[in-house]
Design a protein around this ligand. Structure first.
Ligand SMILES: C[S@@+](CC[C@H](N)C(=O)[O-])C[C@H]1O[C@@H](n2cnc3c(N)ncnc32)[C@H](O)[C@@H]1O
Length: 275
């Protein structure tokens, strides 16, 4: 359970891209973290671990609610950005820490995450380790994506360019391997959390329409940096890349309205208790 692949991934181009696109991503992802922070019902002085905190936005939002927040992540570039943005903010600390192996003290009231818990090589081992950070009254609140097909904002362009991938196509990720959509199946997630000692596990579906961009150029600019389209394009060159981009543009164009590109999204807000 080394998470080496994910460490390389988030410390490489992906981490840099998240830093560069932080503003845009925060605006897109705000509906999910707003709902989860509200559900967390933070009390002043609560000790919180923000798991996979990335560029630190949710950590700062939790601290603004009165919590003492420890944002942990494996990505050096994202953490450097978080530390720069929130330097001097009271009750907020960040560290480069693998959530699945850190030796936690059991004095936290909340484990929180916005889309940062689907990337463990051994999810049940990681959640068991995380649970050890909680007091007996402690709770877990996180958001994770439902299946790709329900997340048009991510999947439309990515699907459109699949036919342009060189053969044999990149192997599909293992159904529950470390992946943004690894926690789409509620039975699978319930099993992980049960095995890790969590109780009272609940799922609430969050399905806001997301404003991807005002126009096609904006959408393509964004999606060639982050998400499935960006991953496929990284494998293509020359004419194949141009054709793939045209296909992505046409697929997105079909959804353009007078309000820009507003596409479906679906996430689970998952809550559970430590004991
Ligand atoms: C999709 S990003 C979400 C970042 C941030 N929570 C946000 O919403 O902007 C997933 C994050 O999880 C982090 N991550 C992945 N595996 C991790 C691990 N084992 N321990 C801590 N963080 C991890 C990544 O480095 C990345 O920052």
């Amino acid at each position: 359970m080394s998470n080496e692949g994910q460490k390389d991934y988030w410390n490489g181009a992906a981490g840099e891209t998240w830093v560069e696109s932080q503003d845009r991503l925060d605006r897109l992802l705000a509906p999910f973290s707003d709902a989860a922070i509200e559900r967390a019902e933070i009390k002043s002085g609560d000790r919180v671990v923000d798991v996979g905190c990335g560029c630190g936005t949710t950590s700062a939002a939790l601290a603004a609610c009165g919590a003492a927040v420890w944002g942990i992540d494996i990505s050096a570039p994202m953490l450097a950005h978080a530390k720069g943005r929130f330097k001097g903010t009271a009750n907020l600390a960040f560290s480069q820490t693998d959530a699945s192996t850190q030796n936690f003290t059991p004095d936290h009231q909340l484990l929180f995450s916005r889309f940062g818990v689907m990337f463990f090589d051994d999810p049940a081992g990681a959640f068991k380790n995380l649970r050890a950070a909680l007091t007996p009254e402690g709770k877990l609140v996180f958001v994770c994506w439902q299946e790709a097909a329900k997340n048009q904002w991510l999947s439309i362009a990515g699907r459109a360019v699949q036919p342009f991938l060189p053969q044999p196509a990149t192997p599909a990720p293992a159904p529950n391997g470390p992946d943004p959509f690894a926690f789409a199946d509620t039975n699978y997630v319930t099993g992980i959390l049960n095995r890790s000692g969590f109780r009272d596990i609940h799922f609430e579906s969050l399905t806001p329409k997301l404003h991807l961009a005002d126009d096609l150029d904006g959408a393509i600019r964004f999606q060639t940096r982050v998400g499935p389209l960006a991953r496929v394009l990284a494998e293509l060159h020359g004419e194949a890349r141009d054709k793939a981009l045209d296909a992505a543009r046409s697929a997105l164009a079909a959804h353009l309205t007078s309000e820009g590109l507003k596409l479906s999204s679906a996430a689970w807000m998952v809550t559970a208790k430590a004991a």
